[in-house]
Design a protein around this ligand. Sequence first.
Ligand SMILES: O=C(O)CCC(=O)C(=O)O
Ligand SMILES: [Fe+2]
Length: 352
Amino acid sequence: MPVPTLPPFPDNVPTHPLLVIDYGLLKSGDSEEKDRLWTAATELGFWYLKNHGADEEVNGMFDMGAETMALPTEEKMKFTQGDAGVSFGYKAAGASAVDAEGNPDTVEFLNVSKDDALSYPKPARRIYPHTVNNRMGSTITPFVRKSVDINDTILAIFNEKLGLPEGTLDSLHTGSGEYSGSETRVIKSRAAGLPADRMAIGAHTDFGSLSFLHNRLGGLQVLPPGVEEWQYVRPLPGHAICNVGDALSVMSGGILRSNIHRVVPPPGDQSKLDRWSLVFFFRPGNPVLLRALTDQSSIIADAVKNADESINFNPGETAEEWFVRRVRYQLLSNRKGPETWMASRGTEKGRV
Ligand SMILES: O=C(O)CCC(=O)C(=O)O
Ligand SMILES: [Fe+2]
């Protein structure tokens, strides 16, 4: 699909600069680049990633997303994620809350499980619309493979920096061979002339370990530590936006930062267009108990000792339980009141 010229991201809105990390340098073991990644992941928890080599797959994924979202609602709803807290499948716009008051989100999305992409043509977790099946072998599986490879590389650097025995984080993620909540998501937000601060996706931290995000239009905002005002992250062509999620934050005793972010309509003239984004969410194996790995690293043990006492590094849930709870209680079909929203919270609890 030809990429149309997009209206520029405006210069008169608050933005937050992210460090640009070169994946090629990380792959070749460049120690200065690894240090810069570490700074980005511990201070803000967000960074741009260039030279990731997945542009072609990313474009194909956006095409798959466009083909899927163009299906009649009735067809998409045959593949709904349901309301039990299983994420894979289709979520209609307005099905999730964006805040404690229960205001609805404005995005529709489709999640494809990493396990399904890697076991293709054999289904592992669920079935999908034909627009997904048609592109599994040509687009989705290659995108998921590349995304996993990139995230494994980043994880190995964190493992080293955290002073963990070699392969520890890997064994809690892909190395175990367990099914996981890892998935890729294509998100569509219809241009609707809504106010600039109307949340399309509510303020949240990501549920898993690492997110590999691709967007064309603005709308993603972060709340950096110590700052009161939401700041946009400017999309840069060919640059992915990567961030740390709750699972890695807990495992690292809070050293790796799972930062709060949200999505609002694209700013300026960009608001006239539908907004598309694509994420690969990398998550621990389902049975992994979420906890700070204090017994495997003195660096993590010290971090927990010095951390604010209100932070719970032992939530007593597996990665799967954490994930299911967060998805389930965000859905408006499960809502009883503000307590349902609170039940959906992760490490952002008390921070917004
Ligand atoms: O669409 C975006 O830019 C970000 C999406 C996001 O934060 C999420 O799906 O968790
Ligand atoms: Fe997110």
